[in-house]
Design a protein around this ligand. Structure first.
Ligand code: PEP
Ligand code: MN
Length: 346
């Protein structure tokens, strides 16, 4: 349930309510917005009457959160969640453009790509070092060596790093090296991993599972939020349908639906959603027009020789063109592309 405080409630009254929530055996989550201070009382609340909180000083009203996802719901947190990502913010006016190869393949490949995407207007660099491949015989990623190359690319460009984590075993290493932990589609319901990530304060990009509903995606986000990590971005990356001409089917609906149901930022991945470089820009434009807060796009300097996902990877020139178009759509939507305002160490 959510306990909405009166506008003039004192910090002591807020603190007292939090104590009472804990005394009732629930977890207290504070959401301090411009409009209202709300305390989320999360746990087994169905047997707890709302009046035990209604009578407390400073409390305005107590409402039950009707959605199964509590902390992720807009009922609990009416304003958009906006959080900083090394150099810019996500979820507000700025549109984040995360770009880079599917996988880090070599030092020169990632540094060349990082410089090209930065030049084209990207705000963050992606690159997988632990790759979830359908075949165990396919390239599995460079692991720790890849993280070192990513760190060097960040140092040269100032772009924050987004990379996929596949298992809790990788958590300490990844938290040390990356700015955003990507949870891939195949791990969206790896609840142990989600719980472990919830205990960190590293921002997360949570991708929708291949056949997951929007509600299941939000329930997975809830695992991370419940642990205390509030910096979760959701990512629509296409879902499996009967259609086979594209790798997946972009669920454009998911963007306005998610924006309605949750306060969390929504990112679209047009690369995995279409599986084909020819369609990436069109879907990227559509996503921003539909209200997405950002994009994650695969870019490779030589897609024909990429070790993974070359078919859906844009060449840097095509990516630059895409960024220009997306920037124009962003302007129409009253937004602007994020730019990294940081000193670059050369
Ligand atoms: C990726 O981003 O390279 C990836 C494996 O994506 P997904 O988890 O969406 O398939
Ligand atoms: Mn990929």
């Amino acid at each position: 349930m959510m306990i909405i405080m009166k506008p003039n409630a004192t910090p002591e009254q807020v603190e007292h309510v939090i104590e009472q929530v804990k005394a009732a055996g629930l977890n207290a989550h504070l959401s301090q917005g411009v409009e209202a201070t709300i305390i989320g009382a999360i746990g087994e609340t169905h047997n707890i009457p709302t009046d035990i909180f209604e009578v407390l000083d400073g409390v305005d009203i107590v409402k039950r959160i009707t959605q199964p996802f509590k902390l992720a719901s807009r009922q609990f947190h009416p304003e958009n969640s906006v959080f900083p990502l090394d150099g810019f913010t996500v979820g507000g006016e700025e549109i984040a453009i995360i770009a880079g190869p599917c996988a880090v393949e070599s030092r020169s490949q990632i540094i060349e790509t990082a410089q090209a995407v930065k030049e084209a207007g990207a705000s963050a660099l992606r690159g997988g070092v632990f790759k979830p491949r359908t075949s165990p015989y396919s390239f599995q990623g460079l692991g720790e060596e890849g993280l070192e190359y990513l760190a060097e690319a960040r140092q040269q460009t100032g772009l924050p790093i987004v990379a996929e984590i596949m298992s809790q075993i990788q958590l300490d290493l990844m938290v040390k090296h990356v700015d955003v932990l990507q949870v891939g589609a195949r791990n969206m319901q790896n609840f142990n991993l989600l719980r472990a990530i919830g205990e960190t304060q590293t921002p997360v990009l949570l991708k929708r599972g291949l056949s997951a509903t929007i509600e299941e995606l939000l329930m997975s986000a809830e695992y991370i939020l419940a642990g205390g990590n509030k910096q979760v971005m959701l990512c629509e990356r296409g879902i499996r349908t009967f259609e086979t001409t594209t790798r997946n089917t972009t669920d454009i609906n998911a963007i306005p639906v998610l924006k309605n149901l949750t306060h969390l930022p929504v990112i679209l991945d047009p690369s995995h959603a279409t599986g084909h470089a020819d369609y990436v820009s069109a879907i990227a434009r559509a996503a921003i027009a539909a209200g997405a807060d950002g994009l994650i796009v695969e870019v490779h300097p030589d897609p024909a020789h990429a070790v993974s996902d070359g078919k859906q990877s844009l060449r840097p020139e095509k990516f630059a063109e895409m960024v220009k178009q997306v920037g124009q759509i962003a302007q129409i939507m009253g937004r602007r592309l994020a730019s990294v305002q940081k000193e670059v160490q050369l």
